[in-house]
Unconditional design. Structure first.
Length: 186
């Protein structure tokens, strides 16, 4: 009798853990696939974006750094941005912040640096969808010589110069370039 109970419990555990590890294996394989479908949590119709080889703008590849930005001279705040973009669309954005009135963008102890991982996809020329922390920014970009502009980002006299309602969906994509944060190719 005891061996039947042990056998039944063993079968149940085998089914549960086998299903768990099987699902984990399937998800890992799907994640490693070159054609990852990522659901868009901000779009009501749950559209998907796929990263496909060949549709990424190779002109974006490189290290881009902004000047030290001071949105308000009366405020102690200053910040500088750097974005390193790889040819697979992955990118790392770093913000260097300072609130010591020095306005030199040297990271200080309180704010220091903030690093964010991005994944870029290019739906069509001049548009970029930026995936970060499970959300999309529906943005635009322009490269002129060695300068790169996006639509998003803080601007002088924040918040008056920044429309935080833009970029939350495909239909509300940024439509004006932010000329305050200009990235220069290094």
């Amino acid at each position: 009798m005891v061996w039947k109970i042990v056998l039944i419990i063993g079968i149940i555990l085998l089914i549960v853990f086998g299903g768990y590890f099987g699902l984990a294996w399937v998800l890992r394989k799907a994640n490693n696939s070159a054609n990852i479908a990522v659901p868009n949590p901000t779009d009501s119709n749950q559209a998907t974006t796929k990263q496909k080889a060949g549709n990424f703008d190779k002109n974006l590849v490189g290290t881009w750094v902004s000047d030290c930005l001071v949105p308000d001279e009366a405020s102690p705040w200053s910040e500088k941005h750097q974005i390193v973009i790889k040819d697979d669309g992955s990118a790392v954005h770093t913000r260097f912040s300072n609130d010591s009135r020095s306005h030199d963008c040297t990271p200080n102890w309180q704010y220091g640096t903030a690093t964010t991982n991005y994944q870029f996809t290019i739906p069509k020329t001049g548009q970029v969808n930026i995936l970060y922390e499970g959300q999309f920014i529906y943005d635009i970009y322009q490269i002129t010589g060695k300068d790169l502009l996006f639509g998003h980002g803080f601007q002088a006299h924040y918040p008056a110069g920044y429309d935080a309602t833009q970029g939350q969906s495909e239909s509300n994509r940024f439509h004006v370039l932010n000329t305050y944060i200009v990235y220069h190719k290094q």
